[in-house]
Design a protein around this ligand. Structure first.
Ligand code: HEC
Length: 127
């Protein structure tokens, strides 16, 4: 009789452990979500942040004047690299050094997500 109770307790313990492991995995997954979002960059915040860049590159990355490069539809990885390089001084341009200098890593990801999500590279009407 007491052996049966012990067996039951052991079985219960095993089930509890499984639930605990499942819950731990779920919590870890949920905790990793914001990191995944942050790693990708958020286009909506990028649009907000692009207001500073609008005077030259246009809000959607279609530049107001041919002397400023179009950013619309450019690959996010390219934009990310270009902004990082201006910020670190590896790529030198007086104007862009001033604008990229204060950007955080997250700002760069968000701006890259915003401009790369715009129609552009394939739109041959933009100059
Ligand atoms: C006053 C005008 C001006 C403003 C404002 C400005 N830029 Fe620029 N941007 C330029 C010019 C000029 C270049 C070309 C510089 C060069 O030759 O490297 C450039 C280049 C770039 C490039 C590289 C494009 C390429 O094809 O290599 C990126 C990316 C960029 N800007 C992003 C931004 C972002 C993001 C902002 C806002 C935070 C911003 N710029 C604000 C004038 C501006």
């Amino acid at each position: 009789m007491s052996q049966l109770i012990l067996l039951r307790l052991a079985a219960n313990d095993g089930r509890r452990k499984k639930t605990m492991i499942r819950n731990t995995i779920l919590v870890l997954f949920l905790l990793s979500l914001p990191l995944t979002l942050a790693a990708k960059g958020d286009a909506n915040s990028g649009k907000e942040k692009a207001k500073v860049c609008k005077a030259c590159h246009g809000l959607d990355g279609k530049s107001v004047d041919p002397s400023y490069p179009n950013l619309a539809g450019q690959h996010a990885s390219y934009l990310h690299k270009a902004l990082g390089d201006y910020r670190s001084g590896r790529r030198t341009n007086l104007i862009m050094a001033g604008f990229a200098g204060p950007l955080s890593d997250q700002d760069i990801k968000d701006l890259a997500a915003w401009y790369s999500s715009q129609e552009g590279l394939k739109d041959l009407s933009i100059k």
